[in-house]
Structure formats: structure tokens, C-alpha cells
Ligand binder design. Structure first.
Ligand code: AMP
Length: 311
């Protein structure tokens, strides 16, 4: 999890857990669609649980579990494959991007990834799916798959809709593409203060500002966007003025941002350290979550199969 995930999605998840019955899924079956190290998978799953819980997904107030613990996800995905037109999947920009990133492993799982994602949602009759902008196309597809299934087999699934945060697309520290783990242009939610500063100190700002004495333009500075989410109003207002008059340099401006990000992430990092040192506790949460999900998933599959004449 990086600060793009946090601002684009996770903050919304935390806000929503008291408004809705929320289910959060650590998607290991999605993770295996690209090359990975099997020996590292369990550590990554526990890590994902720890970061998400540390950032506010209180397991007392929502369900959190691992996708592969509930086999109905892949069972429903197979069924949904049969109502999903190939042409729709071919249009998915994430598939195109990932195919470029993983040229030597463009597998069928990567291609049908959005169908499994639709199953993740529809298995629980999900109505609202809080995501970043990059996932909107997949949610639209899930909606279409739900409608196609309903038309063919009778009303079964609600129309899932995407819920965007006020920061649906955070750019990476390179200022060129969206913040993303695979591109290495990110600040992790559990990054150390030293590393936050190291990454920010080389981050791209307004590229037209070549010298300290040149005036800058916060409107096109990616780091000013981050200030808007992490800094105090008076700091944002001041930077918005003194950057334009070159009264503040990028280094000083980055230092303020770094201090504010460190301060915002400190409680998450502290809680994360506690959680990750107790893997049994995390495993219990994930198994308890999966148990609740299975009860719902089994009911959905009984209904789905009955409607399809499969039982
Ligand atoms: P991922 O781990 O890439 O599947 O992302 C988890 C969530 O964070 C998804 O809802 C994404 O849409 C969202 N997200 C990922 N990257 C960004 C970004 N750079 N800005 C805003 N939201 C993002």
C-alpha cells in the first residue's frame, strides 16, 4: 500500500465502514496472474492485512479475509466468464498496460482478471465499490456482467457502482505516471521517515523551475497536490503564494511536506509494527472473516446454480 492507494481508496474504505456492511478482500488469486515468489506469498498476505488494519480497517467493524479461502470466488468467476464478451475484456486498459509490463507472461488469468473481480463483488451482492480512477473501467464491466447474467437467468445481482474519493488519481514521484508500486514511484504507508525524505528529495516538481531563483508554478507541481492532502491550510496557502515569487525553494517546500507525511503516517506505521509482530492474531482475523464470507457466498452460489439449472 502506498499513499496513492491511501488517498485514492483506503481513506474512503475507512470512512465507509460505519456507513455500510463492508467486506475487504486480500486478492491472492489476482496476485498470481503475474510472476511471483511462492515462498513470499504468505508474508505478503499477512503484510497486506497488517497495513490495511493499521490504516483503519478495524476488523470489529468490517470483514477482512483472503480471497482463496473462499473457493466460491473462482466458481462464480467461471460462470461469469460465460456471460462476458471477449471484446469487452480486450478493451480493458489495465490488461493492455500489464501485458506490456509482463510481456513474457501474458496468461489467460491476466486476461480474465476483471471477471474474477466481478465475482469478488457480485458474490456478496456488492452495491458500492470504493476504488481509484484506474479501476472504474473494471467496475463498469462488473455492472455489465451483472446485467447480462440477470437478463439471461433472472434478477440476481444488484448493479455495483464505483465510489471515488476526492483523490482518485495520485501521480507518482516522477510526476509522469500514476503512483504505482510496480513503477517504483511511490511512498509506502509504512515507509520510514528517512526513506520518505530520501524519496521526496529527488521527486520531480515544476520542471520549468530550473534554478532556486526561478518562480515556480504550484498548479503543475505534483508535490503541491500532495501538500493539499497532507499539509495544514495555512502552509498550503503560504506555499501557493511564495512558490510563485521564488521566496521558497523546492528543498524547503519538500521538507515541510516530508514532515507532514511522516506525522500523518506515524500512527499507521506504529500500529503496523505491532500487528505484524503478531501473525497468529492476523491469521485469526483472516480466518474469522473468511468464515463469515463463506456463509454468504454459499447462499449466492446455491441461488445462482438453481437459476442456471445446475442443481
Ligand atoms: P491496487 O493495489 O493497484 O489494486 O490499488 C488498490 C486501490 O488503490 C484501488 O482501488 C486503486 O484504484 C487505488 N489506486 C491505486 N493507485 C492509485 C493512485 N495512484 N491514485 C489513486 N488511487 C489509486
Amino acid at each position: 500500500m502506498h499513499i496513492g492507494n491511501y488517498l485514492g481508496a483506503l481513506k474512503n474504505w475507512v470512512r465507509m465502514i460505519d456507513q455500510y456492511d463492508c467486506i475487504f478482500c486480500i486478492v491472492d488469486y489476482h496476485a498470481i496472474t503475474i510472476e511471483y515468489n511462492p515462498a513470499d506469498m504468505q508474508r505478503r498476505i499477512l503484510n497486506a492485512a497488517a497495513v490495511n488494519i493499521a490504516a483503519g480497517l478495524d476488523p470489529e467493524r468490517c470483514i477482512i479475509f483472503v480471497q482463496s479461502y473462499v473457493p466460491e470466488h473462482t466458481e462464480l468467476a467461471w460462470i461469469l466468464n460465460t456471460v462476458t464478451p471477449m471484446g469487452h475484456l480486450e478493451r480493458m486498459t489495465q490488461f493492455k498496460d500489464k501485458s506490456k509490463q509482463h510481456r513474457e507472461n501474458i496468461n489467460a488469468g491476466l486476461f480474465t482478471y476483471p471477471v474474477l473481480q466481478a465475482a469478488d463483488i457480485l458474490l456478496y451482492h456488492g452495491e458500492a465499490v470504493p476504488v481509484g480512477e484506474d479501476q472504474v473501467q473494471h467496475i463498469e464491466l462488473a455492472r455489465e456482467i451483472a446485467r447480462k447474467f440477470n437478463m439471461r437467468y433472472g434478477e440476481t445481482f444488484p448493479d455495483p457502482v464505483e465510489v471515488l474519493s476526492d483523490a482518485p488519481r495520485i501521480m507518482g514521484l516522477d510526476g509522469k505516471t500514476k503512483m504505482s508500486k510496480s513503477l517504483g514511484n511511490y511512498i509506502s504507508l509504512v515507509e520510514t521517515p528517512e526513506s520518505i525524505w530520501k524519496k521526496l528529495s529527488t521527486a520531480v516538481t515544476d520542471e520549468n523551475r530550473k534554478r532556486r531563483t526561478d518562480p515556480g508554478n504550484p498548479d503543475i507541481c505534483n508535490l503541491f497536490t500532495l501538500h493539499k492532502y497532507f499539509s495544514r491550510k495555512e502552509q498550503i496557502d503560504r506555499i501557493n503564494t511564495v512558490c510563485r515569487t521564488a521566496e521558497i525553494g523546492c528543498i524547503e517546500c519538500k521538507k515541510i511536506l516530508s514532515d507532514n507525511i511522516v506525522e500523518a503516517l506515524a500512527p499507521i506505521r506504529m500500529r503496523y509494527e505491532q500487528l505484524i509482530s503478531d501473525p497468529d492474531y492476523l491469521a485469526d482475523i483472516l480466518h474469522a472473516g473468511a468464515k463469515k464470507c463463506r456463509d454468504i457466498a454459499v447462499n449466492t452460489m446455491t441461488d445462482v446454480k438453481k437459476k442456471m439449472g445446475l442443481r
